[in-house]
Design a protein around this ligand. Structure first.
Ligand code: TXA
Ligand code: MG
Length: 386
């Protein structure tokens, strides 16, 4: 977590990274870049106009604060706290003790922590990144392209996910292009994001500490690795809150991860229902939906995970012959399902243009907590026991 610069051997990669770093450092514009979680839309956290460019490109409400990405703790101290005296262990001196174990074990990586807005550094960190909160969110990503970009620009980078506001987060450069083409000057294409959901957001400033957004690190990992401060960590379980309610994570009150098609989430229960009864149930859910929807449902995507994987669903369902069914497996392990989630939602919605998406949910443990958090939002209330 020191501040050393990366060595980049491929000349094309180097040229692209230097151009992206120049945009961040010298202009008020934005750059989309890969991280290990999802693609981010970055601009300087130190410049109000850059931050405004981010909100504008995404059409994001400006009271939803942004995560600042740094490449090292040294950079956080120098560029946000204006503190150049730190060295060795004292690098962590602006960071509350409750975070020390998490930082040493989980950074760089998909962990975002909240820090108090620095009083002395308030001149440098744009207030527009904090959406009126008394805190700012920060993380050190592990993706090498992200880290190189932040280090080369030597600028803390404010970056929300690089989707148009309300859409599923992008895990491929082509998703960013789909949503933001013509609105941003540059996308760095680093291939698929390997984690596939956003970072875990934790608040170690409140007592007891809380997990505000489940993400790339699981709740179980936070509890196991965070040290004694985190053993009674609370999980924020509310999916949405009212427009005017003051909350610790303003992102909660907005529509999220929404494909154009309606999404129905099948929430797994443990009542021992037989597999054939479950298929009957799925058929009923689909038929009900086809008769109750105003518009004619012609194409339905079924996204499967554990219970429905490997079943010849099209044959078992015996639906009316004019309904086309597209079956996509999200994967078998929690990590696979997490990595495929947004890309599969986008594929059936944007490419196949289905009218209805039925998703088989997973138990809410390990990666399942983050997966179900995103799916409940995508389904916006259409969740049925399964
Ligand atoms: O993995 C990620 O975190 C990605 C990549 C690009 O790093 N970024 C991301 O940013 O997901 P965004 O803006 O889509 O989500 C940030 C979340 C929002 O729910 C926001 O409300 C919350 O973090 N947040 C940001 N600053 C906060 C603060 N000071 N207090 C509470 N919540 C905050
Ligand atoms: Mg987002």
């Amino acid at each position: 977590l020191d501040g050393s610069l990366p060595t980049i051997s491929d000349p094309k990669t180097k040229e692209a990274l230097l151009e992206a770093a120049r945009i961040i450092r010298e202009t008020e514009d934005t750059v989309a870049f890969p991280t290990e979680t999802v693609y981010g839309l970055g601009g300087s956290s130190l410049n109000d106009k850059s931050v405004l460019s981010i909100y504008r490109a995404k059409k994001r409400p400006s009271d939803n604060p942004l995560i600042t990405h740094v490449s090292s703790i040294d950079q956080l101290n120098r560029r946000i706290y204006e503190d150049s005296s730190s060295s060795g262990d004292s690098l962590l001196k602006n960071i509350p003790h409750s975070y020390h174990a998490l930082i040493s074990k989980l950074w760089p990586g998909p962990l975002t922590i909240l820090l108090a807005v620095p009083l002395s550094g308030i001149k440098t960190l744009s207030k527009l990144t904090t959406g009126d909160q008394p805190t700012f969110a920060v993380r050190i990503p592990s993706n090498p392209v992200a880290r190189a970009l932040i280090a080369l620009s030597d600028t803390p980078i404010a970056a929300p996910s690089a989707n148009a506001s309300t859409r599923p987060s992008p895990t491929l450069a082509s998703h960013v292009y789909h949503d933001l083409k013509g609105r941003i000057p540059l996308i760095l294409d680093g291939g698929a994001c390997n984690i596939g959901v956003e970072s875990t957001v934790v608040d170690g400033l409140s007592q007891p500490p809380s997990l505000l957004r489940p993400g790339g690190f699981t709740y179980e990992q936070i509890i196991a690795l965070g040290g004694s401060d985190w053993t009674d960590c609370k999980v924020e379980r509310r999916e949405t809150v009212g427009e005017t309610e003051k909350v610790r994570t303003p992102g909660m009150k907005y529509k999220h991860y929404s494909p154009s098609a309606k999404v129905i989430l099948l929430v797994p229960n443990t009542d021992g229902t037989s597999s054939s009864r479950r298929i009957e149930r799925l058929k009923e859910i689909i038929e009900d939906e086809c008769t109750s929807q105003q518009e004619v449902v012609k194409t339905i995507a079924i996204l499967t995970s554990s219970r429905l994987n490997n079943k010849p669903l099209k044959d078992l369902l015996h639906l009316k012959s004019d309904i086309k069914i597209v079956v996509e497996s999200l994967g078998s392990s929690g990590e696979e399902i997490q990595a495929n989630l947004f890309a599969t939602l986008r594929k059936v919605d944007e490419t196949e243009k289905v009218d209805l998406i039925v998703v088989e949910g997973v138990p809410e443990v390990d990666e399942g907590l983050a997966v179900m958090n995103r799916l409940r939002k995508a389904a916006a209330g259409s969740a049925v026991p399964f």
